[in-house]
Write a protein that binds this ligand. Structure first.
Ligand code: ARG
Length: 471
């Protein structure tokens, strides 16, 4: 299709009234943002429609001008969508591209659109709308990840695996319980996104350049039209605030830390040393030289992306610190880190969801490992407290001696003969063996939030209810 040239002069035609010469090529290059802020075109057009509707209702422009503006904006949107807009760095940003093409299409009416508005409130509005939509899409992605997590947690509610502290075998847990720990993290991450949405959903439009305007705008009307909860209360804050973007980056940073921790466990569990899971074909790669290999690339990349997402957050904080009120051009550097981080994070969520759905645990190896390392030693101590009435500290000491004996004989605790235990504590009876299996251990962990399969199933059901309510 033929490319349409739409530039009516260059950026200077928008602001160059008092300028003689044009900007140098390097100035244009450092000044432009169209190479990235073109992603805001839908939001920019929606904002302009709401603004022109309101200008007409307030009698600031005529109904005819409004209709011409709307028709023109629809046409601009179609052209951009069809790939017919020529993006030109001389026109700086998306706001000037849309407006300049509108003026070509509808003339004077288009030139009235910018009444009572500045690019400063315009870009703040567009960026909030874009971020809100991104949050809603991430929310949907989280729902998929959470559903996949709950399905697997339910399936493996009684699959015993070792629980670790310091990555040393500590006590048996279930894989379902382990996965439900991630459910808890994911659902907090999701609620953080929703909190962030609430705070960002205020309308900067109508703050104009920084001080408000002498035109009788109805900022409540544009707020309603754009789905904002209310107009921002202070015009200086409206054009200067970027904490909504920093908050979104922070929420994604925290979320990506959680994805990264699980990704790291996948990497670890898929090693031949652990052998806790098999990587699926869909989320691993082969080696070009070692035919036996299967590499956990997706998990590794999720683990790595957290660095970039946190880098984006840190970067924007540094851009904003020390900026005097109100707008400074520094703030044009706010969008790329957010765009990039949202893209990365969405991809990580999708990849993690895929890996969660494909999860193929080696439950036999997990079960075997759960019994290693005297993992039921705490169960002996608890038995000594419960049955013999020993104070826990004493029970701990007695258990230590029993573990030492098992270690010397190189046997599992459950295989240590009764007389060997009685040599340490003569009152120990046969019934202690009831608590020594890994199943008995996890089944006994019925305290609220504990790992018993019963608890895990209840937790999954409660989570499903909570998810239903939150949607
Ligand atoms: N492209 C600019 C940005 O992203 C829009 C605002 C420009 N405002 C100005 N006063 N130069 O921040």
């Amino acid at each position: 299709m033929e490319q349409k040239k739409h530039t009516s002069g260059d950026g200077q035609s928008m602001w160059g009234g008092r300028f003689g010469g044009g900007p140098s090529a390097i100035m244009q290059e450092i000044n432009e943002s169209i190479s990235f802020d073109r992603r805001l075109y839908r939001e920019d057009i929606a904002g302009s429609k709401a603004h022109s509707d309101m200008l007409a209702k307030q009698g600031i422009i005529t109904a005819e001008d409004r209709d011409a503006i709307h028709k023109g904006l629809d046409q601009v949107e179609r052209e951009i969508e069809a790939g017919h807009m020529t993006f030109d760095p001389a026109l700086e940003d998306i706001h000037m591209h849309v407006e300049s093409r509108l003026r070509e299409l509808v003339g004077d009416a288009g030139a009235r659109l910018h009444t009572g508005r500045s690019r400063n409130d315009q870009v703040a509005t567009d960026f909030r709308l874009w971020s809100r939509k991104a949050i809603d899409e991430l929310d949907t992605a989280y729902t998929a990840l959470i559903n996949a997590t709950l399905d697997q947690a339910e399936k493996y509610a009684d699959a015993v695996m070792p629980g670790f502290t310091h990555l040393q075998t500590a006590q048996p847990v279930t894989l379902g319980h382990h996965l439900m720990a991630y459910y808890e993290m994911f659902s907090r991450d999701r609620s953080r996104l929703q909190d962030c949405r609430k705070r960002l959903n205020e309308n900067p439009l109508g703050a104009a350049a920084l001080a408000g305007t002498s035109f009788p705008l109805d900022r409540h009307m544009t707020s309603d039209a754009l789905g904002f909860d209310r107009p921002m209360a202070n015009s200086l804050d409206a054009v200067s605030a970027r904490d909504f973007a920093i908050e979104l980056l922070s929420v994604m940073s925290i979320g990506s830390v959680h994805l990264s921790r699980f990704a790291d466990e996948i990497v670890l569990w898929a090693t031949s040393a652990f052998n806790f899971l098999e990587l699926s074909d869909g989320f691993s790669t082969g080696s070009s030289i070692m035919p036996q290999k299967r590499n956990p690339d997706a998990a590794e990349l999720i683990r790595a992306k957290v660095g970039r997402i946190m880098g984006a957050q840190n970067g924007l904080m540094v851009v904003m610190k020390g900026l005097p009120l109100a707008y400074s051009k520094d703030m044009q550097e706010d969008k790329e880190p957010v765009f990039k981080a949202v893209d990365d994070f969405a991809l990580c969520l999708a990849a993690m969801t895929g890996m969660m759905e494909d999860l193929k645990p080696n439950t036999k190896a997990m079960h075997h490992a759960a019994g290693q390392g005297f993992s039921t030693a705490t169960d002996i101590a608890d038995w000594l407290v419960r049955v013999l009435g020993l104070p826990f500290r004493d029970a701990h000491h007695v258990t230590g001696a029993i573990v030492k004996e098992a270690e010397t004989r190189n046997v599992y605790l459950s295989d240590l003969p009764l007389d060997a235990m009685q040599a340490v504590e003569p009152r120990i009876t046969e019934s202690i063996y009831d608590v020594l299996s890994v199943e008995a251990s996890v089944n006994s962990r019925t305290s609220f939030g504990g790992t018993s399969p019963e608890n895990v199933k209840n937790a999954v059901n409660a989570a499903r209810e909570a998810l239903k309510e939150s949607n």
